[in-house]
Design a protein around this ligand. Structure first.
Ligand code: NAD
Ligand code: UDP
Length: 331
């Protein structure tokens, strides 16, 4: 759908569901800096007060503390909705799997209803997890995936797949303008130290001089996108005038094994941490790398920040945040 909105060039009122989280707080900040009004809707399941506190300095910021699966009344007209509300780290989304599924299915349906009522544009934060343990590499958007629908990751993977289905059904049946971003592993400042994902785990472990936990052999791969690049991509997808008729991968195609990441963290934070191996979690994908041709073509977007640059920035943020001294410089 290609709709010209009356206030396309001016300030807009934008709901960011999940705005108190890692990615959501960076997105809120960018939108506020561009002069938009932002209504952050968050239950603080995994988001933090510290993430939203600086946003309160902007006059255009409002916070609604609630679960997205409950009916939502923003009390004012809304132009755009970004739906980022869902725990994203495996330990967090597996802690209450039924709630994770309901957040992604019922919560997304509620937000799509809100978008319909306000004729607002809707952007869904989907995930590379919808490809499961992929048999195609790198992953293109037309790959239909290889997901275990009864395993311990299913609450998230299948919840996000159902959410995508809902988005396109609302587009087809109600004429809603929807955009779906399939986000690949993203890291950066404001991840929680206890988030449980690989980059935060290893940085926190190295800063504490504790062993770095590698699950399985460490030969499995991921491709790591710095958060500022992802936020640029999400905003480019929301702002492109013609909604793409299919999902768009957003991620950094530079692929690393988990063992390579561990050695980069050890080089960066020389605290003598050893590497210990722990069991590989169930259904852990073996390889993951986005094909971002579609994002390049439709949005003119590609990531700018390599791991060489993003990892030190993230490590410095954690060092400051956790009260460690500056990280010693290595050659
Ligand atoms: P996060 O856990 O830091 O943020 C999620 C936010 O959603 C939190 O503030 C949390 O409190 C909120 N939330 C969760 N359930 C809610 C509910 N039922 N009602 C209201 N608020 C709720 O995770 P993140 O890394 O910032 O991820 C943001 C979004 O991007 C998620 O939807 C995630 O699935 C998607 N994503 C992230 C990555 C990544 O690597 N960071 C990769 C793929 C997809
Ligand atoms: N991983 C690891 N050690 C950790 C945390 C994660 O080896 O302390 C592995 C995990 O098994 C997976 C990869 O790192 O193979 C990425 O895990 P993460 O939880 O960050 O993201 P996802 O599995 O959702 O891609």
């Amino acid at each position: 759908m290609n709709m010209i909105r009356p206030n396309d060039s001016g300030p807009r009122t934008i709901v960011v569901a999940g705005g108190a989280g890692f990615v959501g707080s960076h997105l809120c900040e960018n939108l506020l800096q561009q002069g938009h009004r932002v209504i952050c809707v968050d239950s603080f399941l995994t988001g933090t007060e510290a993430n939203v506190e600086p946003l309160s300095n902007f006059a255009g910021f409002r916070l609604i503390r609630q679960d997205v699966a409950e009916p939502l009344d923003p009390g004012e007209p809304v132009d755009e909705i970004y739906n980022l509300a869902s725990p994203a780290s495996p330990p967090h989304y597996q802690a209450d799997p039924v709630h994770t599924m309901m957040t992604n299915v019922v919560g997304t349906a509620r937000l799509l209803d809100l978008a319909s009522a306000h004729e607002a544009r809707f952007l869904q934060a989907s995930t590379s997890e919808i490809y499961g343990d992929p048999e195609q590499h790198p992953q293109r958007e037309d790959y239909l995936g290889h997901v275990n629908c009864t395993g311990t990751r299913a609450c998230y993977d299948e919840g996000k797949r159902a959410a995508e289905a809902l988005c396109y059904d609302y587009a087809r049946t109600r004429g809603l303008d929807v955009r779906v971003a399939r986000i690949f592993n993203t890291y950066g400042p404001r991840m929680r130290p206890d988030d449980g994902r690989i980059v935060s785990n290893m940085i926190v472990q190295a800063l504490a001089g504790e062993p770095l936990t590698v699950y399985g052999t460490g030969k499995q791969t991921r491709s790591f996108c710095f958060v500022s690049d992802l936020v640029d991509g999400l905003m480019a997808l929301m702002n492109v005038s013609a909604a793409p008729d299919a999902p768009v991968n957003l991620g950094n195609p530079q692929e690393f094994s988990i063992a390579e990441l561990a050695s980069q963290v050890r080089d960066l934070i020389p605290s003598g941490s050893q590497i210990v191996h722990r069991p590989l979690p169930e259904d852990d994908p073996k390889r993951r790398r986005p094909d971002i041709s579609r994002a390049k073509e439709l949005l003119g977007w590609s990531p700018k920040v390599s791991l060489d640059r993003g990892l030190p920035e993230t490590a410095s943020w954690f060092a400051l945040h956790l009260g460690h001294g500056p990280i010693p410089q290595t050659n």
